[in-house]
Every structure is written in structure tokens, then in C-alpha cells.
Design a protein around this ligand. Structure first.
Ligand SMILES: [Zn+2]
Length: 85
């Protein structure tokens, strides 16, 4: 269930990390967002991005599985991938 998962995408101009909903990538071939820091419009090609997104989601799943298996350890929030465009 990753509908509300976000990934951090670094702004190509100021390198500010913007949180983008994974759902936005699932729904369209291209995603636009406006950098929260410098207000630059950034376009992301989902095709290219999705391969890395799949990797990140796979890692998140693995971490969640491990956390569930090892109940003694407090469940750590999985690290999110940083995306450099
Ligand atoms: Zn920016």
C-alpha cells in the first residue's frame, strides 16, 4: 500500500528535496512539480524515474518485512531514495 508514500526529489536548480507522492508517478507518464524552495517548475519523466522508483519500493517492502519479522527491534521508518535529476 504505497498510495501515500512519498519520495524525495532533488530540485535540479537549488537541490532542495521536494516530497512527491508516488501516486503521481503511477498515474502519468510525466510529472511536474514546483520546487518549494526556489519555485522552479520541474518536469520528471516517469519512464526513467520508474525503474528507480521500483527499486526504492522493493527496498521499502524488504525493510517492512524485516521489521515485522523482528518484533524486538522498533520499526524504523525506511529511508527514502534521493533522486537527482
Ligand atoms: Zn529549487
Amino acid at each position: 500500500m504505497f498510495e501515500d508514500e512519498t519520495v524525495d526529489v532533488a530540485c535540479p536548480k537549488c537541490n532542495h528535496k521536494n516530497s512527491i507522492l508516488v501516486r503521481d508517478f503511477e498515474e502519468s507518464a510525466q510529472t511536474h512539480f514546483v520546487c518549494q524552495h526556489c519555485h522552479t517548475g520541474v518536469k520528471i519523466e516517469a519512464e526513467e524515474f520508474k525503474q528507480r522508483l521500483d527499486q526504492v519500493l522493493k527496498e521499502v517492502r524488504n525493510l517492512e518485512r524485516e521489521a515485522a519479522r523482528d518484533a524486538k527491534r522498533p520499526a524504523k521508518r525506511p529511508r527514502k531514495g534521493d533522486f537527482q535529476i
